[in-house]
Structures are given as structure tokens and as C-alpha cells.
Design a protein around this ligand. Sequence first.
Ligand code: PLP
Length: 387
Amino acid sequence: MSASFIDSELQKIKDAGLYRRLRRVDGDQDATLKLDGREVINLSSNNYLGIANHTALAAAAKAAIDRYGCGSGASRLISGNMALHEELEAKLAEFKGTAAALVFNSGFQANTGILSTLAGDGDVIFSDALNHASIIDGCRLSRAKTQVYRHCDLDHLKLQLKDAPSSARKLIVTETIFSMDGDEAPLDGIVELAERFDAMVMVDEAHATGIFGANGAGVVAKLGLSQRVAIQMGTLGKALGGFGAYVAGSRALRDLLINRCRSFIFTTSLPPAVMAMALAAIDLVKKEPERREALSANCRILKNGLIQLGFELGASESPILPLIIGESAKCMKFSEQLLANGVFAQGIRPPTVPPGTSRLRITLMATHTAGQIERALKVFEELKAQA
Ligand code: PLP
């Protein structure tokens, strides 16, 4: 196969109006960004609590480098299991109310690795239709039969559970807050069905960790389900402002993953500075509930403002507000117009979201000021008037 294949594939992407390019950020991650050389209001970050540039995280990372150096040198099972990995895992377990936790290098690696460890040939995974790409790939990698149930539809899930062979091991997997829609899974109902049909539950709290629950531990903690959800996965790179991921659950779960999970075993462990950032971030999240309150107030103001302007925002109850446009080209044009007016709200197209549901994925941060939100609303209003 000649390399011209690459050009023709790229052309296909362009012809379908789905070409993506990288935008460059100069400076730090905050409520405003210097994007492609221009200062813009940032409505496209998962740094929900605004702590990615916090001095406490930076100081912890610097101190860890001074004490432990930069790299971890090897995978966890060779010589890369440093004291900070274990310290973070103990803190995560306490944070999540579980017996144990295990750190992964990214959420993507966690989901693909956990699912392919816990399910295999002859097993059945029940997966919400809007689950993240890393969950979809984890299901594929596992070789289990995957039953995709309609988004948040407990009746559909129940039917599928009823139909599954009683001998099969069953695993239900769902995000708690969906990454592109911001809505919340009906977790109480999912857990009840799982108990009735003898299935395990795995949740992805990537967009809930740091934000929901009294201490910011997530939706599982908010609902008091820590003892009934066997596998609680989440990320350290979104509201927690750093990088990496974790799974929280039983000691046996941790042990099995250490022994079998390929994306945990065959990779260099995260460096000490990243562990130190996460440790500092968890302390900050617990100590400063006012960040969650500010985030929630900002969400209310922007959401109400956009609804008053006549935009449709779906059922989101989180800092992710999907402003559905429908057609990809129209969505990207709106996103570009906003950017030209100093507001960055990334357009999201298939395959990230289903065809016909292209949207602006608007996200809020605790550190947005009232003035920035007001300015953004003004721009939305002006563009709507011109449409
Ligand atoms: N799960 C969900 C729901 C996500 O939105 C993401 C986003 O990146 C991931 C997993 C992957 O996490 P990470 O960025 O740490 O790889």
C-alpha cells in the first residue's frame, strides 16, 4: 500500500466536512485562554474547578521533582512503583469510600484495560449508547458480547438483562455524567437491576469526580452507592486539574488488575510530579467546597441566559451544556463565529456524537467571572440576531 492512501483518507475526511485541526494554547489553562494567538473566553475546558494552574498543585509537583526526580523509570510491576503511587491510591480509596484504588496512566487506558480484564469470551457487557469511545473500545477489546442499551433507558437495559444467558458473567457499564450531553445516568435504577440480575456495575466518573457529592467524590458518593458499585473509574485530568486516572473498588479488584490488566502492566508508570499534583488536588477539592458552589452558580447563570435567548440545552444538570445545532457544517460555522467574537465553544461532530446531533459543547469553570459570562451571553445574543 503506497503512502498516497494517507492523502486520500484525509481527503475523504475533508469531503465529509469532518476535518479536525489542532488549536494552539499559549499560556496557562484558565477561564480565558490565549488560543491561536488571541485572548478568548474559554467555554471548552474540563478544568471545571479551575485548579489546573493552582499554586498548590504546582508547588506539590515541584517538591516531588526535588525529592523523587522526574521520571518513574519503569512500569509499576518492575521498579516504577514509587511511594507516591501508593500514597495516592490510599487517598483515592478514602475519597471514594472503597477498600482500595489503583492508578492508571489515563482514563482511556483505564477503560480499555479494566473492561478487557473483567469480561471475556462468553460474557455480556451492557453499555449505554452514549458511552465514551474508551468504553466502546474496551468492550471490543474484551471479546465479550456487547449489548448497547438506549441512552439511560432502564426498561431497555432490563429487557437485555432478561435475555442474557444465565451462565454468562454480566457487566453493566455507564458514565455517571455523560461527557457530551452532561446528563446523569439513572444509577439507582441501574444498581437495582444489576442486583436483581446478578450483574457487576462499572461507572466512569470522568466528568463527575471533583464536582458531585458532599466532598466532590462523584455521583456514586452523592447517591450513597459506594458499597453497591463494584468498579468506580474516574480521571485525574479534568476537575482534578492534573493527569491520569484511577479505579476504586475492592482489594481483590485491585489485585486482579495488577495481575491481568494489560494497559496497567505494560506501560511506564506515571511520574512522581503527576501523583503529587493529584494528592494536592484531592485536598483542595475537599477543603474548598466554594469552588463547587461557584461552578454551580456559573452554570445556572449561563444556562438560564442561553435558554432565555431561545437556545435548546437538553437535560444537562452538570457543567457540560450541549447546545444542539444538528448539522455539522452549521455547528462548526457557529463555533467559528463565536471564536471570531472572542468566545471559544468547541463544535463537536460525529463520530464523537451521533450523526445529526452536532453541537457546541459548552463547559463552565468555577473561575469564570460574572463579567465573562455576561460577555459570552452578549455574543450569543448578537449571533442569534444575525442568524
Ligand atoms: N471517560 C470519559 C467519559 C471521558 O470523557 C474521557 C475523556 O477524555 C475519558 C474517559 C478518557 O480520560 P483521559 O482523558 O484521562 O484519557
